[in-house]
Design a protein around this ligand. Structure first.
Ligand code: HEM
Length: 113
C-alpha cells in the first residue's frame, strides 16, 4: 500500500509561497482539477475521491448560505491561534468561537423551517 503524504505536499515551501498563510487568492488563476500535482485534496488516480464533484458544489453552497443567511462576529480581538491539533479532521488546538445571528431578511425564512 502506498500512502501519499498530502499534508506535507500542501505545505511544501518549494511548491507554495508562504504555504501556511491563508491566501485564497492563490487559487484564483487556476482550476483545482488541472494537471498540476501540487494540490491533491481529493487524491488522484483510480482511487481518488469519487465524491469530489459533489463536495466542491456542496461546499460552495454551504459556505455561501452561511455568509448569506447569517451575520458573523468574532468574540475577542486577540490573534487567532491557528495551531493544528491532533486528529483525522485537523482540529485546531484552540477552537474558534464565533457568534452568528440570522440576517434580518432571513429571520422570517428561518423561523418557518
Ligand atoms: C471536502 C470533502 C472531501 C474531501 C477533502 C475528500 C477527500 C478524499 C480523499 C483524499 C480520499 C482518498 C483518495 C486516495 O486514496 O487517493 C477520498 C476517498 C473517498 N471519498 Fe472523499 N472527500 C470528500 C468528500 C467526499 C464525499 C462527499 C463523498 C461521497 C459522497 C466521498 C466519498 C469517498 C469515497 C467512497 C472514497 C474512497 C474511494 C476509493 O478508495 O476508491 N468523499 N476522499
Amino acid at each position: 500500500m502506498l500512502l501519499v503524504n498530502l499534508w506535507t505536499l500542501h505545505r511544501d515551501p518549494n511548491l507554495w509561497v508562504d504555504p501556511t498563510r491563508f491566501v485564497p487568492e492563490r487559487f484564483e488563476e487556476r482550476e483545482l482539477d488541472s494537471e498540476i500535482y501540487n494540490i491533491l485534496p481529493f487524491g488522484v488516480g483510480r482511487r481518488a475521491c469519487p465524491g469530489s464533484v459533489l463536495a466542491k458544489r456542496f461546499m460552495a453552497n454551504a459556505i455561501g448560505s452561511l455568509i448569506q443567511c447569517f451575520e458573523w462576529e468574532r468574540i475577542g480581538n486577540e490573534e487567532i491561534n491557528m495551531t493544528e491539533g491532533i486528529g483525522l479532521t485537523m482540529p485546531k488546538v484552540e477552537p474558534l468561537i464565533a457568534l452568528c445571528r440570522p440576517r434580518q431578511l432571513m429571520v422570517k425564512v428561518l423561523s418557518n423551517i
